[in-house]
Ligand binder design. Structure first.
Ligand SMILES: O=c1ccn([C@@H]2O[C@H](COP(=O)(O)OP(=O)(O)O[C@H]3O[C@@H](CO)[C@H](O)[C@H]3O)[C@@H](O)[C@H]2O)c(=O)[nH]1
Ligand SMILES: [Mn+2]
Length: 401
């Protein structure tokens, strides 16, 4: 099997400018499948749950691993803003990274496979996950190597696609009906203003998932067998002024641009809500990207999401969020950040004040969340003094260093 694995690209893109952040309570066997794509990069593993448990990392990966004791040691009292027993802990990895870009992926996500598509004739190399009795999934590949292939038959490297998304401009101000105009074989369509064709910097690249879709608990309960087999070969810029439900399982972002806004909130142990970590970061970062003139893309790449978490456990975690978001969404839709907010940190602090003012009446949780947003920024600036926020000029392009 190893013999027929894709060769590691000679010059992996952004090899020394990108960290891969993985939150985990499991083992990291899934890295074997990603080895050809991830091995050249530095991993930041955030071990959640019991810090006395040993998480083994497969040989040959360059990584740093942080457990709860490390988080408490490094942040001291500010550790209170990092969630415990929730994938929200991953944002600690964003905090300690020193790279310009971050890619974060869950440990039950694999190299995506393509369903049989008569027009493309690709075969479905399925991963057969065998429940090994415990809650862990024993990965076992079928006889064929599990790879994803694109219409040209080339293997899909999800990380490379995120890098492509991040390194090409976004078009939040005017929708291009032929999708990503910077993609080979596409362009701006007739009527697209030439004055807008340079686009703006891309801050976030939001990837999708085949097999287990990221559904909320009620939807999971109603459609327990639904699997996503639809592979849509497109990358879209999410229009300015439009929110979206950001999922953290297959996500890339420009850490130097939007990193301070990628706080995954207070979730999990001791909190009244869970599984709204990535959503919260998505809403905060999107209003800040809109304000500072940056873009957010969604679509390719796909990963293969293998594990459906327990819908009943998820319902307990999500319940208040499903109810509260009917207030949260209108709040974000109506956020207006003052023009004096010229850096992400200033925007985020302003947002924290608005959260306290406008959502505090919904539940005391939002008071606490507002304060933890401030703690997060204090921690960010403490750990990243050299990255003090640079004011962003009007056109959404970051100020030259
Ligand atoms: O307490 C925990 C639970 C999990 N993790 C790690 O986080 C990711 C996601 O966990 P899992 O795959 O079990 O959960 P999903 O329901 O599929 O995750 C979706 O919900 C989102 C919000 O939580 C999440 O980002 C989505 O992917 C895995 O790597 C677990 O090991 C954890 O660290 N702590
Ligand atoms: Mn999962």
């Amino acid at each position: 099997m190893a013999g027929d694995r894709p060769a590691i690209p000679l010059s992996p893109p952004l090899k020394d400018e990108l960290d891969i952040v993985i939150p985990t309570i499991r083992n990291l066997d899934f890295l074997e499948m990603w080895r050809p794509f991830f091995q050249p990069y530095h991993l930041i593993i955030v071990q959640d749950g019991d810090p006395t448990k040993t998480i083994s990392v497969p040989e040959g990966f360059d990584y740093e691993l942080y457990n709860r004791n490390d988080i408490n040691r490094i942040l001291g009292p500010k550790a209170s803003c990092i969630s415990f027993k929730d994938s929200a802990c991953r944002c600690f990895g964003f905090l300690v990274s020193k790279k310009k870009y971050v890619y974060t992926i869950d440990d039950d996500c694999f190299v995506s496979a393509r369903s049989i598509d008569p027009s493309i004739g690709l075969c479905f190399n399925s991963v057969s996950c065998v429940r090994s009795g415990s809650d862990e999934f024993q990965m076992c590949w079928n006889s064929e190597r599990m790879v994803a292939k694109d219409p040209e038959g080339k293997e899909i490297n999800a990380l490379a696609q995120h890098i492509k998304n991040l390194l090409t401009p976004a078009t939040p101000g005017f929708f291009n009906t032929l999708y990503d105009p910077y993609r080979e074989g596409a362009d701006f369509v007739r009527g697209y203003p030439f004055s807008m064709r340079n686009g703006v910097s891309t801050a976030i690249s939001h990837g999708l998932w085949l097999n287990i879709p990221d559904y909320d608990a009620p939807t999971q309960l109603v459609k327990p067998l639904e699997r996503n087999t639809r592979y849509v070969d497109a990358v879209l810029t999410i229009p300015k002024g439009t929110l979206y439900p950001m999922c953290g399982m297959n996500l890339g972002f420009d850490r130097e641009l939007i990193g301070p806004a990628m706080y995954f909130g207070l979730m999990g142990d001791g909190q009244p809500i869970g599984r709204y970590d990535d959503m919260w970061a998505g809403w905060c970062s999107k209003v800040i990207c809109d304000h500072l003139g940056w873009g957010v893309k969604t679509g390719l790449p796909y990963i293969w999401h293998s594990k459906a978490s327990n819908p009943f456990v998820n319902l307990k975690k999500e319940y208040k969020g499903i109810f509260w978001q009917e207030d949260i969404i209108p709040f974000f839709q109506n956020v207006v950040l003052p023009k004096e907010c010229t850096t992400v940190q200033k925007c985020y602090i302003e947002l924290s004040k608005l959260v306290k003012e406008k959502l505090g009446h919904v539940d005391p949780y939002f008071q606490k969340l507002s304060e933890s947003m401030v703690t997060w920024i204090e921690a960010w600036d403490e750990l990243n003094p050299s990255e003090q926020a640079k004011p962003v000029p009007e056109n959404g392009k970051p100020a030259k260093a």
